[in-house]
Design a protein around this ligand. Structure first.
Ligand code: SF4
Length: 277
């Protein structure tokens, strides 16, 4: 059985130029994100609601929650059961309601208010230092709030990003998610962070799939010529051309998507050769 990460002795950090080129290629396939600033507290709640459900169901649950409880103070004063009833459409309602109310309670205790709009004027470091005080708010959630709601440079690492970037050779094979957050915070150019995060997830779902979900389809991958794993494999290990349908919706990941210009793979490979480091 092939193993699907770059050999450790080959590892060296990717250059900013290589990361920019990969970002450009992924945009041609999956599109470009157009974020709009929103309230960071809404973002924290949306991120809790997005756990283990689709973007559509997450939005539906958020709208239903706001209809039932127009202010966050009202959510705090309600019971877990009443909040859970208002978010049933998003799944895991009891668990999410308890998490939401606990987070609101902690924020209220910390500041005496339920308003994080001051973060729009604060630095990345100030926002990170504040958010990491709260139970259940880790580096991924913090980076998502910064990227999607505050429009600040941050790079979130989820299971897809971790898997794909290890195969690409951008991380040590044994790197943890915490290490990946630290490494990519400084390595990924700020202007690439949002699109690269979202498009690596799209790529991980459609083509560079987990072993338990069919494995990587390197033969259909526009990053193969620059991938530590993919450029050395041949024949059947390329994984054929069967790919999952890519997720390119009008809105996704809390932001608007401008679809990419889909190009034939041989044309993309030609561009890839030119821009490869
Ligand atoms: S070539 Fe593409 S699909 Fe294959 S391991 Fe690399 S990034 Fe994943």
């Amino acid at each position: 059985m092939p193993h699907h990460s770059a050999p450790s002795e080959d590892w060296k950090p990717p250059s900013a130029r290589a990361l920019r080129a990969a970002n450009d290629l992924l945009i041609t396939r999956y599109g470009e994100r157009v974020p709009h600033a929103r309230e960071p507290l809404d973002g924290l709640i949306l991120i809790i609601l997005s756990q283990a459900t689709s973007d559509v169901n997450c939005d539906r649950a958020f709208t239903s929650l706001k209809n039932a409880f127009p202010t966050w103070e009202q959510v705090l004063e309600a019971t877990d059961e009443a909040v859970a009833d208002s978010i049933r459409s998003g799944g895991l309602a009891n668990q999410k309601a308890a998490r939401i109310r606990r987070l609101l309670s902690e924020i209220h205790q910390e500041t005496g208010a339920l308003d994080l709009s001051w973060m729009h004027q604060s630095s990345v470091e100030e926002c990170e230092a504040y958010l990491q005080k709260f139970h259940g708010v880790g580096p991924k959630t913090i980076a998502c709030v910064l990227m999607f709601f505050l429009l600040k440079p941050a790079f979130a690492v989820d299971t897809h990003v971790l898997r794909v970037t290890k195969r690409l050779g951008w991380l040590r094979p044994k790197a943890s998610a915490e290490e990946a957050h630290r490494v990519f915070k400084s390595l990924v150019p700020d202007e690439c962070k949002l699109n690269l995060h979202v498009n690596l997830i799209a790529h991980g779902r459609a083509i560079c799939r987990a072993q338990g979900n069919g494995g990587p389809k390197c033969g259909a991958c526009l990053l193969r010529s620059r991938c530590a794993y993919g450029k050395n494999i041949k024949g059947e290990a390329l994984g054929g051309s069967q790919v999952l349908e890519e997720r390119v919706h009008g809105t996704d990941f809390f932001v608007t998507v401008q679809p990419g210009i889909q190009k034939p793979l041989d044309e993309v490979e030609a561009v890839s050769e030119v821009v490869n480091d």
